[in-house]
Design a protein around this ligand. Structure first.
Ligand SMILES: [Zn+2]
Length: 86
């Protein structure tokens, strides 16, 4: 009967350890959420050449004539500069 009590205590301790581990994994998952929120709050910018919307962080940034423009690619930035000069 004493042995059974020991096994029961061990099982309870094990149960708490597993629950704590699961909770820790859940907290790690929650820590990822603000990152996603920041991504969804990422500003979209429009390419003036092909009219495509691109996330500001991924856009090609070009300073032309003192003004900043955002493009989907280097090719569009070059085409825009050619358009302005030509
Ligand atoms: Zn483009």
């Amino acid at each position: 009967m004493y042995r059974f009590f020991l096994i029961a205590v061990l099982l309870i301790v094990l149960y708490y350890l597993i629950r704590r581990a699961i909770r820790k994994i859940g907290q790690d998952g929650a820590l990822e959420k603000p990152k996603d929120g920041r991504l969804s709050g990422n500003q979209m910018v429009q390419d003036p050449v092909c009219r495509v919307f691109v996330p500001r962080e991924n856009a090609v940034k070009e300073n032309i004539g003192g003004q900043t423009y955002f493009f989907c690619s280097r090719g569009c930035a070059a085409a825009f500069e050619k358009q302005l000069s030509g």
